[in-house]
Design a protein around this ligand. Sequence first.
Ligand code: IPE
Ligand code: IPE
Ligand code: MG
Length: 240
Amino acid sequence: MANENTNLKIPTHVAFIMDGNGRWAKKRLMPRNYGHREGAKALKTIIRACKDLGIRYATFYAFSTENWSRPDDEVKGLMDLFDEQLDTLKQYTDENARLIFIGDRTKLSESLQKKMAENEEGSKDNTGLTVLIAVNYGSHDEITRAVKKISALTKEGDISEDQITPELVNSFLDTGNIPPVDLLIRTGGEERISNFLLWQCAYAEFYFCDTLWPDFGKNELIEALKNYTSRDRRFGGVMN
Ligand code: IPE
Ligand code: IPE
Ligand code: MG
């Protein structure tokens, strides 16, 4: 049987803004945290789909630095869910996936931090799909932390001002030496970036869809990839 996906251009790095869980739950007269639980299921479906489609890096926005402003019970629900999910990620690391967490984890509970470190440590030599999960992540915060680290090294004389290049700044971001984002997908109908991967998306293609995150599955991802395949990426050059 012909594989309908053979003509797809597969981006190296896809980033996802998993938006719309709350509205998905509201439509069903259910609490917002129910939507987040369904969202966690969609996340797992998409990790698998990324692997099947040959994507090398997939980054997921799970909790932003701004999301602390939500009601206490929602924040607690999200943290509890995250804690539970961390116990189940081993199935992916056993399948050769590498897990990396980005964001400022020092503001998270010790239990979460410990589980995050264990998942990272246990999968660091894996060579399959790299999954990055952004928790307490905001680009402004990430860039500010990078600037502080570079500033400290400059002050101590470890690096000179001339050595501060875009490559050096990039390497101090939480994403380190992960390649830049090729395709950014945001579900849930909003067309904004909400403080996500501002530096890393410098030349990303953006794809916005109305599907609410819990309804986003492999077919929706393939639709996004079809759209990406039709784009002409110029990187400041001229059209081919
Ligand atoms: C995204 O869904 C998940 C998180 C931000 C944690 P939302 O909770 O923002 O869902 P909507 O946008 O209110 O529908
Ligand atoms: C972005 O969604 C953050 C995550 C998906 C984790 P939000 O729902 O928080 O974004 P805004 O507030 O609509 O911009
Ligand atoms: Mg939202």
